[in-house]
Design a protein around this ligand. Structure first.
Ligand SMILES: [Zn+2]
Length: 723
């Protein structure tokens, strides 16, 4: 169907005339008695831009009129109309409404008509006419976001290595804006010659520690072919810009308008899909960034058609999915969502084992190694169609293979599944790792919201989708855990908290990396690795926080030359320092949990995060975010010397770098005892030197700044006195 208003269609249009832009109110349904109905109707229509709706007449006389503004309507009735007799007569009334429109312009319109205002419009203290985002950092009462639901029918053809699909996109415009076009992501065009990535074919990014990020298709030429893009039976005009396409609407989509698009497409499956997806021969398919999906339209940037270049994985709308996948009959599927036709897809034995797994904290083998090996050796003619549904997710991905082993366990009703090839023996522990991960993140940051959490072993170096992650097999146990927990950590950032990774990878990769350290510390608690792993961050700072090379976190991911530092490690270090040196664990965790709670299934901006942390902690942290997010300031705290004045020891401290942080001082006394003292950030308010006065009769023989070594201090030699 074409664009249609959610409410009943308007009456046939009257002759076109000069109409001011309609008022856009949120919700109001009121009925008013007036003295002069014609005059009142004219005022609402001509001055405020209401649209006349239904009319009520008796004996040929107009008795009432419905006036509409956006989704709201009011009823105007002649004084004695219907039950209006008991109402006080009057021409005017007071009405409190909210609108995102330009109030000054509206006021001007009123005055131009010769009406008077009680009060001139003025800026309110909160600085915004609409409460889309509150000053506290929470979504405001007028918060809105678009909704997109998908019905996808796709077929995998292993002989031509092609995926062919059709989909219905159901798009609801919750914005106050009328949309003339839609932007749609067609990310398989990463591999098409018209894409930025293909044209540039940049060398892989090398992360510290040797991890390689190759965002290209390694020479593969592919791309999506859109066979049709229709609405209401009509082909829509479309322009492709590499991984994005703009779709012109036959009629502008008004606020609350709904459009259903009918799209058909196919693409060749790249063996190596830019590190996000791919296949191994005809034995394993890991499929992501695969179907045309809507670009986010939000209140801050409007449309967000930032191209898919490699870094900056996604920013997506939430909705429900109904997906069918027609695959070779012998394949087993792991996907975002829940299998809706289990009787047809799984054997009775597999279903019985799955029932056991649903109440087991220990992994249950749904497909054993022997079964997987035997199954993989068989041939199964024909195809099978899997039906998968998912609610309240940003995306859908899937994996399929005839060779999968399959383990499952359960935590608090969440089914935790691992699918892997028989050759991947480190994966025999993966289900326990996944179980611990989901439990740890749920208990620390907020409950996992979906019915299942699945991870699939394969060629992809590590990638996340809702309810589904792709993780390789890694011999070293700590590294295996790290990648597995990292990809699942993305279920919190950005699958639950729907942040914008095309712009702000630090809110996605970075927040996730921070929580991954907690997860690794928990799983490996009491081991050398578990007790020291977070210190990697200080090592990374030494390597990467180099003047001239380093870029601010706020730069876009595709502009970051050192993505590992700027998107992953620096933000993790930032939050660690905020927790350990500024807010304390309890306050910090409460604030971050609140951020997750407030922005669950929503789209936060950096300011919403900063404001939430300030709101919950009660602390002004502007100084902190400025240094860490918007600059490349580095820290160098120092002690210059010691002095004394009577019983008071004077410790001359200096801030020799550009970054400011509170300071911890360890005092060493002549008797061998030590004592730590903390100095709050305000110590640097008046300059880069500070004299700490330690009133003590004991003789201070030495001091150490940052004694636990938790800061990325670029020169530790000047942290102690005597040197
Ligand atoms: Zn990641």
């Amino acid at each position: 169907m074409g664009p249609r208003p959610a409410r009943k269609p308007a009456r046939p249009k009257r002759a076109p005339r000069q109409q001011p832009e309609s008022l856009r109110l949120r919700s109001i349904a009121a009925s008013f008695t007036v003295n002069d109905l014609q005059k009142s109707v004219a005022w609402y229509r001509d001055v405020l831009g209401f649209t006349p709706g239904e009319r009520w007449e008796t004996n040929g006389g107009l008795r009432g009129m419905q006036m509409k503004a956006g989704a709201c309507d009011i009823m105007l009735g002649q004084d004695d109309f219907a039950k209006g007799r008991d109402r006080k007569k009057g021409e005017g009334f007071r009405l409190w409404v909210s609108t995102a429109q330009d109030i000054s312009e509206l006021a001007g319109r009123v005055k131009a008509r010769g009406w008077t205002l009680d009060r001139e419009p003025s800026e309110t203290p909160w600085g915004d006419w609409a409460f889309v985002r509150s000053a506290s950092g929470a979504p405001g009462p007028d918060y809105w976001q678009q909704r997109v639901d998908y019905v996808i029918r796709a077929t995998l053809d292993t002989s031509s290595q092609t995926i062919r699909g059709s989909e219905r996109i159901h798009y609801v415009n919750h914005s106050p804006d009328t949309l003339a076009f839609l932007w749609v992501q067609i990310e398989q065009n990463l591999f098409a010659p018209n894409s930025i990535t293909y044209a540039l074919s940049q060398p892989p990014l090398h992360f510290a520690g040797g991890a390689v990020f190759d965002f290209t298709g390694k020479g593969f030429t592919g791309g999506i072919t859109i066979e049709r893009f229709m609405a209401g039976g009509q082909a829509l005009k479309r322009t492709e810009y590499g991984t994005m396409t703009r779709v012109e609407l036959p009629r502008p989509l008004p606020p609350r308008g709904v459009i259903d698009c009918d799209v058909a497409w196919h693409f060749p499956i790249p063996p190596y899909g830019g590190g996000r997806m791919g296949r191994i021969g005809t034995r394993l398919y890991e499929i992501g960034q695969w179907y045309p999906r809507l670009v986010v339209y939000d209140d801050v940037h409007g449309w967000n058609p930032l191209p898919y270049i490699g870094a900056g994985e996604f920013y997506l709308e939430y909705g429900d999915f109904d997906v069918t996948l027609t695959l070779p009959a012998g394949f087993l599927v792991a996907a975002t969502g829940t299998v809706a036709n289990p009787l047809a897809m799984w054997t009775a034995e597999q279903r019985a084992r799955l029932t056991r797994a649903r109440v087991s904290v220990e992994p249950v083998q749904i497909v054993t190694k022997a079964e997987a090996t035997a199954h993989g050796a068989q041939r199964f003619p024909g195809t099978k169609t899997w039906h998968v549904t998912a609610r309240q997710v940003r995306d859908v991905a899937w994996a399929a293979s005839p060779d999968f082993r399959w383990d499952a366990s359960s935590w608090h009703g969440v089914l935790i599944q691992t699918f892997y090839r028989p050759s991947a023996t480190p994966w025999e522990e993966a289900n326990r790792m996944a179980w611990f991960t989901i439990k740890h993140f749920s208990e620390t940051w907020g409950m996992y919201p979906w019915p299942q959490a699945t991870t699939v072993e394969g060629l992809v170096e590590g990638m996340e989708y809702p309810m589904l992650t792709f993780v390789p097999s890694i011999d070293k146990r700590e590294d295996q855990y790290w990648v597995l927990t990292h990809e699942f950590g993305h279920e919190w950032f950005p699958m639950i908290v729907g942040s914008d990774e095309r712009r702000y990878p630090w809110m996605d990769e970075g927040f996730n990396t921070f929580i991954d350290y907690g997860s690794a510390e928990g799983y490996f608690k009491g081991t050398a690795y578990g007790d020291t792993v977070r210190r990697e961050l200080l090592g990374a700072a030494r390597i990467s926080a180099v003047p001239g090379n380093e870029q601010p976190l706020i730069d876009k991911p595709v502009e970051q030359r050192d993505l590992a530092w700027a998107a992953y490690q620096k933000p993790a270090l930032m939050l660690t320092v905020l927790r350990d040196a500024v807010l304390g664990k309890e306050t910090f965790e409460r604030a971050l949990r609140e951020y997750v709670r407030r922005w669950k299934f929503k789209h936060p901006q950096p300011a919403d995060f900063f404001r939430t942390i300030a709101d919950v902690s009660g602390r002004d942290l502007d100084w902190f975010w400025r240094d860490w997010v918007y600059t490349t300031a580095r820290l160098d705290q120092a002690v210059d010397s010691l002095g004394s004045a009577g019983d008071t020891t004077l410790v001359y401290l200096a801030n020799r770098g550009q970054m400011v942080l509170p300071l911890t001082l360890e005092l060493k006394f002549a008797d061998g005892a030590t004592e730590s003292r903390g100095y709050p950030i305000e110590m640097w308010n008046l300059g880069s030197r500070f004299t700490a006065r330690v009133a003590t009769p004991r003789r201070v023989v030495g001091v150490v700044v940052d004694p636990k070594g938790i800061y990325p201090d670029i020169d530790r030699a000047n942290n102690r006195w005597p040197r």
